[in-house]
Design a protein around this ligand. Sequence first.
Ligand SMILES: C[S@@+](CC[C@H](N)C(=O)[O-])C[C@H]1O[C@@H](n2cnc3c(N)ncnc32)[C@H](O)[C@@H]1O
Length: 224
Amino acid sequence: MAAFADFPASQGKKVLEIGVGLGADHQCFAEAEADLYGIDLTERAVEHTRRRLALFGLSSNLSVGDAEKLDFPDESFDLVYSWGVLHHSPNTPLAIDEVYRVLKQGGSAKVMIYHKQSMVGFMLWLRYAILTGKPWLSFDTIYATHLESPGTKAYSIKEAQNLFSRFSNVKISTTLTHGDLLESNAGQKHRGLALMLARKLWPRWFIRRFLPKSGLFMLIDARK
Ligand SMILES: C[S@@+](CC[C@H](N)C(=O)[O-])C[C@H]1O[C@@H](n2cnc3c(N)ncnc32)[C@H](O)[C@@H]1O
């Protein structure tokens, strides 16, 4: 999602990435010569990203930290970026308040969190609610139990608007992923006959044409 991140525009700007993970996006910010800071909850991710940057002769101010309690003063950054992280944090609203706090006035937040009304969610619901005879299970429960780490959350557009209500110029879009189109490998636990059949029958053309907004990724671009 390089278009969303717009790495070149970060040149010379003070940027914080929350949840650097393996450091792929962080490397792009470093290459763009941002004044770069990055945190992750785990020492392992921070160390991995540090080594990754070093391999390319790049650097960043990396540290272990929690999105819900950022160790930076108010109004520190021009851009706070976070891809696929804040929906894993137990108190997502608190993490978003922290993003707001550390942004300079006029600074931008670029955040990807999961979108509830997605094809991935629908598939998981078919598999783990309908096929198991529990149609009453909510999408929230399905995401929390069957998508990635336990407790993973996904949001409707309205819920995301509420999460970012303190911001101005909030632009929210959703995008189809390989997962929504069953074009990538699924996790081990999802494999089996149901997935094999779904792969053959999944109406990819129809989804692209008529349900382009039913993607898992929700991209939020907001201004303080
Ligand atoms: C799915 S990975 C995404 C990593 C990276 N942004 C990417 O796109 O590849 C989620 C990362 O967020 C980190 N994380 C989860 N909760 C966090 C929190 N509250 N504060 C900081 N990092 C967190 C995890 O340790 C993990 O490295």
